[in-house]
Structures are given as C-alpha cells and as structure tokens.
Design a protein around this ligand. Structure first.
Ligand code: PEP
Ligand code: MN
Length: 355
C-alpha cells in the first residue's frame, strides 16, 4: 500500500461515495468531479459488474468502465474502489489500478466465491472491504474475513449494508445493529463502515441511519451518489446528488469513540458504574424469579398440571406492557425480554418436573 492510500485507509471518518453503477464515461467523470469539489470524499466507488437478483436488469458495463474510473482518478487524484465477485474481476480491476476492492453481499454468502477471490488476492497488497452477507449469519461474514486473512490480505475492512428479512421492516435491508456491533467486538482493529444506501433503499432515511452508525462508533460511510439520481440505471431511489451528500455530511454530528476530556470521561465512568449496579440487581432479581419458577414447577408436578398456562402468560404480558409503557420501554422490547424470561422459566420448570 502506498503512503497516500495508507493515510486514506486510516482516516476517520472514512467517506466513500460514487454511483451505484458506472453507466457512461461522462456520468463517471462528472460524478467524480462534483464529489472531488466537495473536498471530503476519500475513495470513489462505482459498480462495474452488477449482481442483479433477476436477469434482464442492467448488469453493469464491465471492464470498459474500469478505464473511465482510471480517468476519474487521473482527474481528481482520489483513490478508487469497485466490487469484485470472481478471480477475473480481481485481475481486471488490478490491471486498471483500482486501489481498494469490495466484496458484495451476494458474494460473501458463498464460500466458494470468497475462496476464489482469496486465492486471486494471494500475494497482492490490495485492501479489501467485505460487505455483510445478505442473510443475518455472522459466521459467514467472519468466514469471509478469515479466508482473506489466510490468503495474506493485510488490510481488511467490513461494510454493514443491512440484512434481508421476512416482512416489511421499513428498510430495504434491516440494519439489525447488534450484528455489526458483534463484528466490531470480534474485529476491533478492522475498519467498519456503514452503507446507509443499501440499508435504506430510499433517500429519506439515509441521514438517520448514517447518524446511528456514527453514534455506534463506525469508522465511516459508503454512500451512493449520482449526478441525476432519478435516472440512475440501478438503485435510483436511494442515490443522492453530490450536493445533497455534502449537506447531509454537514448535518451529521460526528462523535468519537474516545473522550479526551477528563471531565467527560469521569462522568461516563460514574454513569457506567451505576449501570453495572443496576445490571447486577437485575441479574439477582432474575435468579430469584427463577427460584419462584422452580417452586411453581414443583407444585405443577405434584398436581399434574401443564407447564404452559396460556391465559396466565397473556396476563403477564398485559401487565408488563402497561408497566413498561410507564417506564418508557417499548412494546417490542417487553415482548423480546419476556419471551426470554418465559423460556428460561419453562426450562427451570422442565428441570423440576422431568429430572
Ligand atoms: C452496491 O454497493 O452497489 C451493491 C451491489 O451492494 P450490496 O452488495 O450491498 O447489495
Ligand atoms: Mn447499489
């Protein structure tokens, strides 16, 4: 990695932008010019080969567009990134001096493809960004990173682009923030970016999602931009103009993961101690609740009564919704929390009755 790229890779927040797809030479160059004028974009992106869910849609311009990207770099001086899905893509991209490669969500799901890419990357020094797999499977995401590590790829970053899920979540791909948070725990030293464009699927939510990622200490953003978003050949609804991107980046509140100021650090420590205290109490109370479950299990055993009493379970939930509302807790949380408590209680009663 040359010195310029090393600096870019280590910059926080790192901002990647550019069109979903490279469509024409003019579009690539004009987008790049407008982005460069903002003076805050670190890497230019564009899709060259587009993995489409259904055939017959625009599948990217292919290798010819790599030449346009090269020109964009020559004009702006900004490093480039493109998506690769096969060994041939890697070869073509490197021939055209693409600086950073990214692996798309539809590729991360497939260990054969990821291994093919890892083999093609062996011996190269190119940094690679790995998007999360389409489905919420963290081991697939980790697995891809491990395959690259084994192939000797030294700079590996992660891009959170949301997960397919059943039912309408309001997002194109549900963020399921706990999953990137877990990846950050597993790979604390690797760059983690958020891709609000593919999470949201439309322009309205971009800023809100980007802000959440900053608040969760992500290392930067990949956001799609286009000179004429409404007429983009792919992902038209979620792309924004470079101008709009600039306004959005201005409006975001940038926070850092570490606090230098002693006072803030002190206040945080104090609140964290209180949180630990409350957590300890909650665990003790939950233990006591399960002892009551054991007791009731004994009673049910002696009287041959079933563990599950649906009416009682409904009553518990109703009470909890009401109490929860007063305590500022959402109904969704109460359901998830009580589901977990209920399952543990059933587990305890099962032990009492059947062991
Ligand atoms: C893209 O970045 O344009 C893309 C295809 O993303 P994903 O792999 O996240 O769907
Ligand atoms: Mn896209």
């Amino acid at each position: 990695m040359n010195e310029q790229l090393k600096q870019v890779w280590n910059k926080r927040p790192l901002i990647i932008s550019g069109p979903c797809s490279a469509e024409t030479e003019e579009q690539v160059l004009e987008t790049a010019r407008q982005l460069a004028a903002l003076n805050r974009i670190d890497i230019l992106r564009a899709g060259i080969w587009k993995p489409r869910t259904k055939p017959g849609q625009f599948e990217g311009m292919g290798s010819i567009a790599l030449g346009w990207m090269q020109k964009a770099k020559a004009v702006t001086g900004i490093p480039l990134t493109v998506e690769v899905a096969t060994a041939k893509h890697v070869e073509e991209a490197l021939k055209h001096e693409i600086d950073v490669l990214w692996i798309g969500a539809r590729t991360t799901v497939n260990p054969f493809s990821v291994q093919e890419l890892a083999d093609a990357l062996q011996g190269t020094k190119v940094p690679v960004l790995v998007k999360n797999p389409i489905n919420p499977d963290l081991d697939l995401w980790s697995g891809a990173i491990e395959r690259l590590q084994k192939a000797g790829v030294e700079q590996i970053g992660m891009i959170h682009r949301g997960f397919s899920s059943y039912g309408n979540t309001g997002y194109r791909n549900a963020p399921m923030w706990h999953l990137p948070i877990e990846m950050k725990r597993r790979y604390p030293d690797n760059l983690l970016l958020c891709d609000p464009s593919h999470i949201c699927g439309n322009r309205n939510l971009l800023q809100q999602v980007a802000q959440i990622s900053i608040d969760l200490d992500f290392g930067g953003l990949m956001i799609e931009s286009h000179i004429d978003p409404d007429h983009a050949w792919s992902d038209a609804k979620q792309q924004i103009t470079p101008q709009r991107l600039n306004e959005m980046l201005d409006a975001l509140i940038w926070r850092t993961g570490t606090c230098n100021e002693k006072e803030i650090a002190h206040a945080l420590t104090h609140i964290r101690e209180q949180i630990n205290q409350v957590d300890d109490e909650l665990i003790t109370l939950l233990g006591e609740r399960m002892k009551l479950a054991d007791k009731i299990g004994m009673y049910k055993k002696e009287n041959n009564v079933t563990i599950l009493q649906t009416k009682r379970w409904n009553d518990i939930l109703e009470r909890a919704f009401e109490k929860g509302l007063q305590a500022g807790l959402s109904k969704e949380f109460i359901i998830r929390y009580f589901d977990a408590v209920h399952m543990e209680s059933i587990h305890h009663q099962n032990n009492v009755m059947n062991k």
